[in-house]
Structures are given as C-alpha cells and as structure tokens.
Design a binder for this molecule. Structure first.
Ligand code: NAD
Length: 493
C-alpha cells in the first residue's frame, strides 16, 4: 500500500532572498532523508553569515515600503495565500508527510491548523483599531500598533507547515518583513510555502527563506537589523537563542520541549479516556510537544490501563501512525526504553522491533510502547523521549499526582481525565503547566487563544499565535496631541 507520494527526482532546495532563489554562497548542502523510505529525497543549502546578511539587508529594504502599505492591502495578499494553500493542500500534505514521517492525514491537519492562524491574522484588519481618548481639554492620546522590522522564525522538524505558520502570517500582516529558517531536516514544505507567498504577491524581500543549522541561526539572531525572534524547538536551543537575542536587545519568544502529564482517575469515562490517551501518545508518533508522555494513574485504574494497552496494541504502523524522524532518533528512543526496563519499569507494550509496513522496510519505525510501574524520579518519567512511548507512574491520590506535575522541569501541558467537575477544577487550579486539558488528550488552544507553556517549555514573555502573537510582533506608539484654537484671524471664529 502506498503511504505517501515520493517525487521522481531529488528536490534541490534553495534560499529565497530578495525574491530570488539562491544556493548557499559556500555551496555546502546536506541531504534530506525521508523517514518513510530512508532514502535521500532532497538537498538543503547550509547558509553562512554572508547569506544571512544578504537576506536581512534585503528584508530590511523591503520593510521600508511594506510597513507603509495599509493593513487592509497587506491583508488582501494573505487572503490570496490562504486560497493557494487550500488549492495545493494535497501536495503540501504529502510533502510534509514525506519529510517529517507523519501520516498524510496528520500532515493535512497540521496545515489546516496553520491556516487557522492565517485566518486569525486576516481578522486583524477588523479588530486592531487602536484607540484614542481626549485626556484633557484639547489634548488627545492615541495609540498605534507598529511593526518591529525584520523578524525571524526558527522552527523544528515535527510540524513543517504548522509551526512556521504559528509565526509568519501574524508577523507579516502586522507589517514586518519575515525570514524563515526551517529545520534542516524538513526544508521541502518550507520551499512550497515560500513559492506560494511569492505567487500570492508578497513583495520581494517581505518573506524570505534561509536554510541551515545552528551557525545560520546564530548569524540571524546576532544580526543587528533583526528586531524580533520567534523560536520553536528543544529547550536547550530555545534557551540559547533566547539568551543570545535578548542580550543584544532583540525581542524574543522561544518555545522549548515538553514532558506532558496526563492524569487518569477511577471515575474517568473509559470511552473518552482510552482513545484520548492512546491518540495523545501515538499521534505524530509521539513527536509533538503536546504528546502525552507521563501517565499518572490515580488510585485503582487498572481497567483503564488494560484498555489503553489493548487499544495501543492495535495501532497500525504507516496507516495510523507514522515514522520516527530518522534512524538516529529511533535508536536513541530504543536506548531510553532499554534503560527504563533495566531500572525496573514493566514493559506492557514493546514497540522496539515492529514489523515495517509493506514496501517501507528501510523506514525508521517504532511501535507504541508502554512502560508501567515506573518511579517518578526515573529518567523515562522526567526526560522528553519524543517518540510513541508513555510512562505510567502509579499514585494513591490526586495530591501526589499534582506534586509530580509541579516537580517537572517542563511546563507545556497537563490533562486530567475524570467525570467529576470538582476534580477537573482542582487540577486546572493547581497544575503548573501553561495548557490544561479536561478529558482532552492534546489540549491545544484554538485561535484566538494563544499557545505556550511555562518553565523550560518557554523562554520570554507571552505566547505564540492569537492575541499574544500580535503583541509579540508589534509595539505600541503613543501619540499625545494638543490643538487649541488660539489665532485671532477672523475666519477662525
Ligand atoms: P531542535 O532544537 O533540534 O531544532 C529546532 C531548530 O533550532 C532547528 O531549526 C535547528 O536548526 C535549530 N537549532 C538546533 N540546535 C540549535 C542551537 N544549539 N542553537 C540554535 N539553533 C539550533 O528541535 P527539533 O528536534 O527540530 O524539534 C523537536 C523539539 O521541538 C522537541 O523538543 C519538541 O518538544 C520541541 N517543540 C516544541 C514546541 C512548542 O510549542 N513548545 C512545538 C514543536 C516542537
């Protein structure tokens, strides 16, 4: 069975700078390998500081007229872009699936969520009317929202379309010029997005694409003309980028990794809980920052855990769940599972040696894995494994569950499955994570609500997307004006 479209020829990705497609000036490239096939499907340029400087300077030039283009005119281009993405949804979904290892349905859902952010940005023309008030006789205070200037977005491999779209539709609509530095593991979908931004009519330099790795990111973040940074990735890199950008006064919001906690209670509805938990830890093969990773079982919930094991054992690789990003990541996760077992966790479901889907023997496959009776201080209960693995810690009561949640170094998401409104409310009140779910395994806020965690899951103020995204990519100019009738010319009276 064919799981994803594979292009006939290798795709050569290039940078988009000043509206032109260019290779890295050094000529250096890296292979793009599909998690499905284990084969090279593209090449990506590894850009240096001189490529970055060219992109930033052209973006800065483009910004001079873009910032003066009325909001309603800027918005029209984003309307067109949205239509083009919907027209090409199949192509984008297959390309994102091919390079990130997702199922095509998951890739499509990610693109639609990205489009939802664009739709929020489209509504800004009707919402963002600023404000003005006569503060004393003849004196008016007025506030205007201004773009920051050249902004950059640095994004991870796991959502090739959605995470970039958390950032650039709002930033560009507000009048910024934007440079995207996608993950070097998934540059193909970013190229499709950039081509379509050009087709929609965004002026040259308003949207640019610069590929590369850490060196490219550092050159972007250090460039004095870059005023705003949005980063999404692992916590170590998020912290490094945040420190670097904010040290020189650039505005930065950097989202990091996660170890999301799901609590299940004896009164939870099995029909909601079992599919909710399994979808949360196996969706996107566990490679999403909202995936359930630590299941805290409160009291006697064996019937729920048996149901979770049974349902997870039926997940079909390739059809229901995609592949791990590469063989290196797959081996790292297998090693983490080995270690958890050696430390005493009980393996209820072992996905370490699954059968590959027919025709995809070279892919990086890992089946759903359930580690039961782990201790809360074990590595499998505290570290982000970023695979389809869930660790179960058993506790006697809700207080113990809340203490485990609070002790985590990450603070992205926490969900509780219960039939009690009082329990749900207690968890929502006490949990320390930025995003809380009640009977929802993946509590992603929808627009216009913003997305973001706490602790090491986020460095910087505010959240991405929604109303908080508007605050991040703009600043407020306050204008105080005094006009009084003073002249004695006869026409004035
Ligand atoms: P990553 O940190 O390896 O890479 C993310 C981006 O940063 C890439 O563009 C990469 O080129 C760049 N980068 C990597 N190391 C860097 C460094 N030291 N300095 C500067 N830039 C660097 O992350 P990944 O493996 O691509 O993605 C998975 C991670 O992203 C997971 O930890 C996941 O939880 C996290 N994530 C978080 C969110 C969120 O909203 N909090 C969303 C998606 C993914």
């Amino acid at each position: 069975m064919k799981l994803v479209d594979v292009p006939a020829a290798t795709i050569r990705c290039r940078n988009l700078i000043a509206g032109e497609w260019r290779d890295a000036s050094s000529g250096e490239t890296r292979d793009v390998v599909s998690p499905y096939t284990g084969s090279v499907v593209g090449t990506v340029p590894m850009s240096s500081a001189s490529d970055v400087a060219a992109a930033v300077e052209s973006a800065h030039h483009a910004w001079q007229s873009w910032r003066r283009t009325p909001l309603k005119e800027r918005t029209q281009l984003l309307f067109r872009y949205r239509e083009i993405l919907l027209r090409d949804l199949d192509l984008l979904s297959h390309r994102a699936a091919l390079e990130a290892g997702k199922t095509v349905e998951e890739a499509r859902a990610g693109i639609m969520k990205g489009i939802e952010v664009a739709e929020f940005a489209l509504s800004l023309q009707n919402l963002d009317d600023g404000g003005a008030l006569e503060v004393s006789r003849g004196v008016t205070c007025e506030v205007r929202r201004e773009p920051l200037g050249v902004c950059v977005g640095i994004t991870p491999f796991n959502f090739p379309a959605m995470v970039p779209m958390w950032l650039y539709p709002i930033a560009v609509t507000l009048g910024n010029a934007f440079i995207l530095k996608p993950s070097e593991k998934v540059p193909l979908t970013a190229v499709l997005q950039a081509e379509r931004m050009l087709e929609a009519g965004f002026p040259k330099g308003v949207f640019s694409l610069v590929h590369g790795g850490r060196e490219t990111v550092e050159a972007l973040v250090d460039h004095p003309l870059v005023a705003g940074v949005g980063f999404v990735g692992s916590s170590g890199a998020a912290r490094a980028v945040y420190t670097r950008a904010s040290n020189r006064g650039a505005r930065a919001l950097c989202l990091g990794g996660a170890k999301n906690v799901l609590m299940i209670t004896p009164d939870a509805d099995p029909d909601v809980t079992i599919p909710g938990v399994v979808a949360s830890f196996t969706g996107c093969a566990g490679q999403r920052c909202m995936a359930a990773s630590l299941l805290v079982a409160v009291g006697d919930v064996d019937h729920l855990i048996d149901g979770i094991v049974e349902r997870a054992s039926q997940v079909r690789l390739g059809r229901d769940m995609g592949a791990i990003i590469d063989h290196g990541a797959r081996e790292r996760i297998v090693h983490d599972i080995d270690r958890a077992v050696a430390e005493g966790a009980k393996l209820r479901l072992d996905g370490r040696a699954p059968e590959a889907p027919e025709g995809y023997a070279q892919g990086a496959w890992l089946g759903p894995t359930i580690l039961d009776h782990a201790r809360a201080d074990m590595e499998c209960a505290t570290k982000e494994l970023f695979g389809p693995v869930i660790t179960i810690v058993r506790v006697k009561n809700l207080e113990e569950a809340l203490a485990i949640e609070a002790s985590g170094t990450y603070g992205n998401a926490c969900s509780v499955f219960t039939s009690s409104g009082a329990v749900a409310r207690h968890v929502a009140d006490r949990a320390t994570s930025g995003m809380i779910g009640v009977n929802v395994g993946v509590p992603v806020p929808r627009e216009p609500f913003s997305f973001g965690g706490t602790k090491t899951s986020r460095y910087g103020a505010g959240d991405v997307t929604g109303r908080q995204g508007v605050e991040h990519w703009s600043w407020l100019k306050k204008i105080t004006t005094k006009w009084q009738m003073q002249g004695d010319a006869t026409w004035m009276s």
